[in-house]
Design a protein. Structure first.
Length: 665
């Protein structure tokens, strides 16, 4: 046969995939692993695309141009419509930096490489995922890249190799091996890149080209495999979460589940197949592509625009809105093009697609050239929006493995002073650079700073090997630096309790890799006591800087939005009780260490939290934060008085040393 017989159960399986993804993104309880819906889509795509190619090749009428024109007709109209709508909404809603980043995402997506962009942006200081309206297009980019490469690979293998099926299975195994390796060494590459995802699409492809006798199953076997397949998918949806190393071996559950379901329902319908073939499931499956396209922008823009956290009722309404938009897109965009009522010829659709790529790509690049069209916003909104930007000089002080030894430290003040302070920590140390720069200059003292993103300045409990190497380099350089005072700065609670948004990635774990709060607190306490004892034995005075109150939102975004709505900002902040609750263990640990008179504790919270119990995020028309946990430059300078004792002491000792030197002469 040259055409692929329609299977209602596969459309129902698409419905399972899109429901899982949508409910996961909107935070519906119990769907912690809903992200595996993308993997379900991958296997289905691999199966259907390969079936079409193989059937047409067997009939002697396969055409690359026809294949790619069909893919363009299937994918591009709805995608372009969604991108145009996102650009339009962004005009009214997004701050300049975010609108500029949206333009960049558009340009990469129309070139089918947005997955590479988002992989590169998967970093410590990049925009939060829920503020990237086109983040979900990474999976489309992976599929588009597969559609370009795979027909060529299949044609080449099947025409040149005797055991080409075995060779293709070998490619699958290599891709799977890369995924398993990369998920532990380069997790961002494992998640976003085609070479580590291809095995999922190839799993469906192998099913499509398998000899037909492999499909013959007895009724009991079909029922069992069907139930097992659905069970594996549901187990992944309910059992996985953000902490699950993924994809890697964990992706075997949804991938094998889809393979078993397609196989089991190939010749006869099982109980699960009957459910998947129901009218509701098929209907949702038919609109699944458009629903997937629209659900994420709605989620992102609602998060961006909201001032309060959405209630369960709000989330339900938003999910319903995404479903309606998905249906409208399917009805009025997808269907007319797929049924060839619009641009019927393949030359027409390819030419229109190329024009769309050119126009949207140029629109995206224009937003980059114009810095996101800042004149759209009021002066006050722009002032708040600028709070999220760090100057390049600050970013340059974040060291990594590529930083040469002579650039490991950033230096402030008068470097010829015999007494100087070392500031050592993670990115929260970097955020305080304006204080150290101003203070060192004002008091005529010397300050050097060493910081690396996500690296607690305590030996033996580092998040990864990079941080361990960073701390070792600082230790080795510490002796010849003639340092009198060491200031330890970190987002301490991150290493104890993780982050509410990104999970337990940086939290200290037990030897078996599992997280236990008591063990995390014990490890930090032991490590920090050892670090302080080491520094005191070396003759250094130690300053422990507590972390700033962690906001439950990104203040620059919240404040910008409030300014755009002309709403008050007096109550924007965190309840001080919540701050004290999270810092309770750290406060007690620091207090114990400060029993040594040469150990001082610095706490920025009293400066940021007023008598009403609000830890403010705004002051005088400026955001005090650059995100939900780092102080902005304005915020850093606002809390500067807390470090005045450090500079006074350094200045006094420097003057004493100068006086002694003069007396010796």
């Amino acid at each position: 046969m040259s055409t692929l017989a329609y299977r209602r159960d596969i459309d129902g399986l698409r419905a399972v995939a899109v429901i899982a993804v949508v409910l996961f993104h909107f935070g519906v309880p119990g769907i912690t692993g809903g992200f595996v819906g993308v993997d379900v889509f991958f296997v289905i795509s691999g199966y259907l695309i390969t079936s079409i190619i193989w059937n047409q090749r067997q009939a002697g009428r396969f055409s690359f141009v026809e294949f790619w024109s069909r893919r363009a007709r299937r994918i591009l109209p709805a995608l372009f419509a969604m991108i145009i709508a996102v650009l339009a909404v962004g005009w009214f809603l997004l701050a300049p930096k975010d609108y500029e980043e949206l333009g960049r995402s558009v340009r990469y997506q129309v070139m089918f490489v947005s997955n590479i962009l988002f992989m590169r942006q998967d970093g410590y200081f990049d925009v939060a995922s829920d503020l990237k309206p086109l983040l979900h297009t990474w999976s489309l980019a992976v599929e588009e890249q597969f559609y370009i490469v795979f027909p060529l690979l299949l044609t080449l293998m099947s025409s040149r190799l005797k055991h080409w099926r075995l060779a293709l299975f070998g490619v699958l195994l290599v891709s799977f091996g890369l995924s398993v390796w990369a998920v532990h060494h380069h997790p961002e590459k494992a998640f976003f890149l085609l070479p580590m995802r291809a095995w999922e699409l190839l799993a469906g492809a192998m099913l499509a080209i398998a000899p037909k006798h492999a499909w013959r199953l007895k009724p009991v076997a079909a029922q069992g495999l069907s139930l097992l397949g659905m069970g594996l998918i549901l187990l992944a949806i309910a059992g996985f979460d953000k902490r699950t190393p993924f994809p890697g071996a964990a992706a075997l559950l949804p991938v094998l589940g889809v393979v078993l379901l397609i196989l089991a329902n190939g010749h006869r319908q099982t109980w699960v197949g009957q459910f998947l073939s129901s009218r509701v499931m098929v209907g949702l499956g038919l609109i699944s592509y458009s629903w997937y396209l629209w659900h994420w922008p709605v989620f992102v823009f609602s998060s961006y625009a909201s001032v309060e956290e959405p209630s369960a009722f709000d989330s339900a309404g938003l999910i319903l809105l995404t479903l309606v938009l998905g249906y409208l897109s399917w009805k009025f965009v997808e269907t007319p093009f797929r049924e060839r009522r619009l641009l019927a010829g393949r030359r027409q659709i390819l030419l229109a697609g190329a024009c769309g790529v050119l126009v949207l790509g140029l629109a995206g690049q224009t937003l980059r050239w114009t810095d996101g069209l800042p004149w759209r916003l009021s002066d006050q909104a722009l002032q708040y929006a600028k709070g999220r930007e760090w100057r390049p000089e600050l970013m340059a002080c974040l060291a990594d493995d590529k930083t040469p030894d002579d650039k490991l430290f950033c230096r402030y003040g008068q470097q010829d002073r015999p007494s100087r302070a070392l500031v050592w920590g993670d990115s929260h140390a970097t955020a305080l650079i304006p204080i150290f720069d101003d203070g060192a200059q004002a008091h005529g003292v010397s300050v050097i700073l060493a910081s690396s993103a996500g690296c607690v300045p305590v030996a033996g409990i580092e998040h990864d090997a990079r941080c361990a190497r960073f701390n070792q380099r600082v230790e080795q350089a510490l002796k010849p630096q003639n340092v009198s005072d060491v200031v330890l700065v970190a987002r301490w609670s991150l290493y104890l309790y993780g982050d509410t948004k990104s999970g337990l990635d940086h939290a200290l774990k037990a030897a078996d890799g599992h997280y236990d709060r008591v063990i995390a607190e014990q490890r930090l306490a032991e490590g920090l006591r050892a670090r302080v004892a080491q520094l005191r034995a070396g003759g250094h005075r130690v300053w422990l800087v507590k972390e700033v109150p962690l906001q439950a939102f990104s203040p620059p975004y919240r404040l910008t939005r409030l300014a755009m709505l002309d709403r008050p900002v007096d109550d924007v902040g965190l309840n001080v009780a919540e701050h004290h609750k999270r810092q309770a263990f750290i406060s007690q640990l620091f207090a114990d260490l400060a029993k040594d008179p040469a150990v001082r504790v610095i706490d920025p919270a009293p400066k940021l939290c007023d008598e009403s119990g609000l830890c403010r995020a705004e002051l005088g028309g400026y955001s005090l934060y650059t995100d939900d946990n780092h102080l902005s430059e304005v915020g850093a300078r606002f809390v500067a008085p807390i470090l005045e004792p450090l500079f006074v002491g350094l200045q006094a000792r420097a003057n004493l040393g100068k006086g002694q030197a003069n007396a010796a002469k």
